[in-house]
Design a protein. Sequence first.
Length: 117
Amino acid sequence: QVQLVESGGGLVQAGGSLRLSCAASGRTFSTYAMGWFRQAPGKEREFVAAINWSGGSTYYANSVKGRFTISRDNAKNTVYLQMNSLKPEDTAVYYCSAAVHGSYDDWGQGTQVTVSS
């Protein structure tokens, strides 16, 4: 099992930037993919971005492509989500998740991102 702790959320004006971090412990971090998801009030949790074990492949939801960047530092057991040009519709609780066995089964507690217009 992997323990995940997100940080970096907060309140930002539209057009601003935030960088989320997710620190992992419990299993060899460099052997599994990581993802970011978000859940807005009254909505289902949705995929935001993912990165493979080495960082060589990344994937994004169409809604964030070109604005968000996922990266990882395997030496620090940390995955990041750089969010630029934020919009009010990006407001949500953001979760990181680990795909240790091929599916996203381990989750952090989430961090709130609020974008004001």
